[in-house]
Ligand binder design. Structure first.
Ligand SMILES: [Zn+2]
Length: 101
């Protein structure tokens, strides 16, 4: 029997299948990066591929996950990378809101 790997989202703390989460990694160089392949070397952490969870990432949860002091700047650039990743992947239907502005 195969065991499905379960990981916890850093933001909402829900446990989910690893493959349904995005891996972020602290590389050996010490930078925080999105790791869509899940294969980068370094300490990994996981977050749901939804904007709600991405936006809720903060220094505290990331510092805890990576066991280092993460700077505000690093948090922002990681979030930016995650947004780009989500945006590129989802390509979801854009609702035209604000027509009546
Ligand atoms: Zn989550």
């Amino acid at each position: 029997m195969k065991k499905v790997p379960i990981r916890m989202c850093l933001s909402c703390r829900e446990r989910k299948e690893k493959k349904s989460l995005i891996r972020v990694v602290r590389t050996l160089q010490g930078t925080l990066e999105v790791d869509p392949t899940g294969k980068k070397a370094g300490r990994g952490a996981y977050v749901c591929p939804v904007p709600e969870c991405v936006e809720r990432l903060d220094r505290k949860s990331l510092s805890f996950a990576f066991r280092i002091e993460v700077s505000e700047k690093e948090v922002l650039s990681l979030k930016e990378a995650l947004r780009t990743y989500l945006g590129g992947q989802a390509k979801e239907v854009r609702h035209d809101k604000g027509q009546s502005v």
